[in-house]
Each structure stands twice: as C-alpha cells, then as structure tokens.
Write a protein that binds this ligand. Structure first.
Ligand SMILES: Cc1cc2nc3c(=O)[nH]c(=O)nc-3n(C[C@H](O)[C@H](O)[C@H](O)COP(=O)(O)OP(=O)(O)OC[C@H]3O[C@@H](n4cnc5c(N)ncnc54)[C@H](O)[C@@H]3O)c2cc1C
Length: 462
C-alpha cells in the first residue's frame, strides 16, 4: 500500500533547502502540500488590540504563496490553501486522505508551539505523527558546541564560540520528484477571505524567486560599488540589504545566503560587507537560540539580558502619538511614517524609535513590540521580541539622544523630507529641531509646518 504524507508549509515558503520536503519525499510515495492561513494570525488582534498581521505583511505572504504554488505546479504538484486553524484542518486532511505523517518545520515560540502541539496530539489519536525538520538557522543545534540551556547570554561570547569552529552545512538542493498526490476536489483559495488591501508604497515582492533575485542584486551591487557607496544607496544609517522579509517568511534560506557569500568571496575576495552580512545573520541565529533557551520569557519583563528593568506605562494617548508619527520630533515621525507606509525601517531606525518610546515617553516596551509585530513586513518572533527586550533592559547603551541620532543619520534632512510634508523650506540646520525656528525665520522662509513641530512632545538638549 502506498504511504502518504502531508507537507505543511509554515515560515519555510521555499523549495530550496527545505528539509520537510526532502524528508517527506524520502519516506512517502504520495504527498499533499498544504499552507494554512491561520485565522488567529491573519484576522485576529494582539493583546493591546493591534491587527496581528497588517495588510502589508499579509500581501507579502500572499505573493510568497503564489510564487510557491507556481513553483510546485511547475513540478507537477498542487498547493492546497485554507483559512482556519492548522491543528484542525490538517487533522481533517490526514483523516480524509489516510496519510501516515505530517512533515513541517519545528517552531519554538509560544503560540506556534501551541498549534503544533495540538496538531500532534490530534494526529496521535489516529495513529499518525508529525516529523519535525529544521531550516530557520545557519547552524544546526546539534552542531553547536553547547546545549540550548547553555547558549551564552552575550552575543560576543556566542559569536566567538561558533564563528571559528562550527561549520555551516550546505543548503539542501531542490528535489527532483515531488511525488504529488492529485486531489480530485481541489479548490482555488478565495483571497477575499483575508481582507487584503493593496499597498502602493511597499517595494517588496514576496516569494522564493524574488528573494533569490534580491540576493543576486545585492551581491552584484557589492561587487560593483565599494562599501562606502553601497552604504549610501539608501541615504540613511549603515549598510543594509533589506533581505529580512524573505528571511522572515523562509522564502530564502540563511544557508543559501551563506553559500552565495562564500562563492562571491572566492570570486571577488572577502571584504568588510560580506563579513558584516555574515555577522548579521549570526545575530538572527543568536536571538532564535535565546528564544529557544528562555521560551515565553522573551515576551515578558524578565531579566534575560540584564538586571536593569524598565517596564513603563500603558498610556494609549501617548502611545498613539508615537504610533501615528505625531510626536513633533521630525526623525521619530519620519521613521514611523516609513514604517506605517512600507512595513520596513532599518535597524538604526528601529533602535531610535524604540529607545524614544521606552526611555523618553516611558511607555511599556511590550506595547511597542506588539505594534512592530503588527506592522513589520519582516516580523520574526524572536528577532522582534528579543531586540525590544534587550533595548528595554539596557538603558545605558540604548537611551539614545534622539536629536544627536537624527543629525548623525540624516544630517541633511533628506530622510525627513522624504517621509514628512512641508519640510522643504526649512533650513537644513533646523530640520531636526524645528522648534528652534524663530518667528522671523518662519516668516522669511514661508514655513507652513504642523503646529506639533513647534511644540514637540519633548525637547532634549542636543
Ligand atoms: C526593536 C527591533 C525590532 C526588530 N524586529 C525584527 C523583526 O521582527 N524581524 C527581523 O528580521 N529583524 C528585526 N530586527 C532586527 C533588524 O533590525 C532587522 O533584521 C533588519 O533591520 C532588517 O533589515 P535588513 O534585511 O536590511 O538587515 P541587514 O542589516 O541587511 O541584515 C541582514 C539580515 O541579518 C539579520 N539581522 C540583522 N540584524 C539583526 C538583529 N539585530 N537581530 C536579528 N536579526 C538581525 C536579518 O535577518 C537581516 O535581514 C529588529 C531590531 C530592533 C532594534
């Protein structure tokens, strides 16, 4: 009798380096490929009442699913899409098609664990099981020189312990035969169920093919431009790749990025940018491992990283000004405007607005983390919550002077002008501190700024 399996895609929306697919093909004769839009994630709200997944991220995921569907079709396989609870829908499919196993990427964070645990129990009741696979990280847990319980709490220690001695495995290649099971009553998914609204600002297009294309473009840019020019492409802050949305949905595997970096280095030689990109990917691994080590504690005000605790107030009036970019501090409002319109801001900008919310406005950091969870196109549970938790517990390093930061990353005010209205006539030296404009200057330059910029929420010496 033919053995059947279900491959349940989660945040591994790709065919390359996909252990779940590889394992399923090895064990089963016929495979059903499935993705579930979890109704709690796509239609639900966070504890503070923000949409759990805003439409920018939902659109990116839809595009990624369409791309995956197309790639599977090319290989003779269908992708079944559903809206609901994975633990119920997959259980029903497993019963209906009399499968033997469900293959999926193992998740490690609270809500995702709950779902997979419930599904696992349901499957046990019909004599089936889940086979978990890996694929989120550069490193395999079993290759690390320490058990999860002893993952160093300091990134530097972690980096030193893994960087030189642990080798990164090759990505798994695309399979040749996907062993698809033809579903007679296959139905097209109705995307209207997700309440998606089109966003005209987002420049990210989801999907494995677009993620790989983006990586190739970045490597080409690095080979053509030096570090200095590459950093200047986006005008603001240090160099960054904007690969995070594809990494977060698993459209591109970190091991593939690493392999491409190594191939690039063997052709063009290593340089500061390729090394820094590797270190950034290590940060991603590190926070995921911290999430595995501390589980729910990453969401709480526990002292994971330091004893300095800063929980802050729950004040929706103050929070709303930060969230909607109406603080009267140009750099904060510009960053929040970029976030709200595109779902993406770079790391420096994330640090500036989170530091401002926590240390200047004294708002509960979990509100900020939940808002980012809702808005970010690249939302990743561990990266988001650990970064917020880390900043909230490191006032010495992260209580930033917002005006100094603004002058350092946006000295000519180009970023502020790009994201806020009516700054064109403001003299460069006052763009970050318009409250310093005199009445004469306002008149002379015909400045028509919103009142809040002359009376911001805070005025700090800069
Ligand atoms: C408050 C806060 C919240 C954040 N929330 C998220 C999140 O939800 N999802 C997310 O992917 N990153 C998050 N980060 C980390 C970092 O800001 C983003 O990964 C980065 O800005 C993404 O842009 P990029 O792809 O251009 O990054 P690059 O600078 O080009 O880095 C390449 C990749 O390395 C990884 N990376 C780099 N820095 C970090 C870091 N500090 N922590 C974890 N991974 C890192 C990312 O996968 C990134 O795509 C957060 C940082 C802060 C300060």
């Amino acid at each position: 009798m033919k053995k059947r399996a279900i491959v349940w895609f989660r945040q591994d929306l790709r065919l390359h380096d996909n252990e779940a697919i590889e394992q399923a093909i090895r064990l089963a004769d016929e495979i059903i490929y499935v993705y579930i839009f979890d109704e709690r994630v796509f239609l639900g709200n966070t504890k503070f009442g923000f949409p759990k997944t805003n439409s920018i991220r939902a659109n990116f995921i839809k595009e990624s699913i369409d791309d995956l569907k197309q790639s599977l079709n090319t290989n003779g396989a269908q992708l079944q899409l559903f809206l609901g609870k994975p633990e119920e829908i997959i259980f029903e499919l497993a019963k209906k098609y009399k499968t033997s196993w469900v293959f999926c990427n193992r998740e490690r964070t609270f809500e995702e664990l709950n779902v997979q645990d419930k599904l696992e129990k349901n499957l046990w009741s019909i004599g089936q099981e889940i086979i978990y696979s890996r694929g989120k990280l550069l490193y395999h847990t079993q290759d690390l020189p320490f058990p999860i319980a002893h993952v160093p709490d300091s990134f530097t220690t972690f980096r030193k312990e893994v960087e030189k001695i642990v080798s990164i495995r090759e990505p798994i290649p695309h399979p040749i035969n996907y062993k698809p099971l033809e579903i007679a009553d296959y139905q097209e998914f109705d995307y209207q169920l997700l309440n998606l609204t089109q966003n005209n600002y987002s420049t990210f297009k989801g999907g494995e093919s677009n993620g790989i294309l983006k990586l190739k473009e970045i490597l080409l840019d690095i080979s053509k431009l030096g570090r200095k020019q590459f950093s200047q492409i986006e005008n603001i802050g240090d160099f960054f790749t904007k690969l995070s949305p594809w990494l977060a949905q698993g459209c591109i595997s970190p091991k593939l990025i690493y392999k491409e970096l190594k191939d690039f280095e063997s052709e063009f030689g290593s340089n500061d940018i390729t090394y820094q990109l590797f270190i950034k990917l290590l940060w991603r691994d590190y926070y995921r491992l911290i999430g595995k080590k501390y589980e729910q504690k990453i969401f709480l005000n526990t002292k994971i990283f330091s004893n300095n605790s800063k929980i802050g107030n729950i004040d929706f009036v103050v929070f709303e000004k930060w969230q909607s970019g109406k603080t009267g501090i140009p750099i904060i409002d510009a960053i929040m405007s970029e976030l709200n319109q595109t779902g993406y801001i770079n790391k420096k900008c994330r640090e500036i607005v989170s530091s401002f919310l926590i240390f200047e406005l004294e708002i509960n950091w979990q509100m900020g983390a939940e808002y980012f969870e809702s808005q970010l196109i690249d939302y990743d549970v561990c990266s988001n919550w650990c970064n917020w938790n880390f900043i909230a517990h490191h006032p010495k390093e992260y209580h930033l002077n917002v005006f100094r930061q603004a002058k350092s990353i946006d000295s000519e005010g180009k970023y502020v002008k790009l994201w806020l209205e009516n700054f064109d006539n403001v003299p460069i030296e006052k763009i970050q501190t318009p409250f310093e404009l005199s009445k004469e200057e306002i008149k002379k330059y015909n400045i028509n700024l919103d009142k809040i910029y002359l009376n911001p929420m805070i005025k700090i010496n800069n």
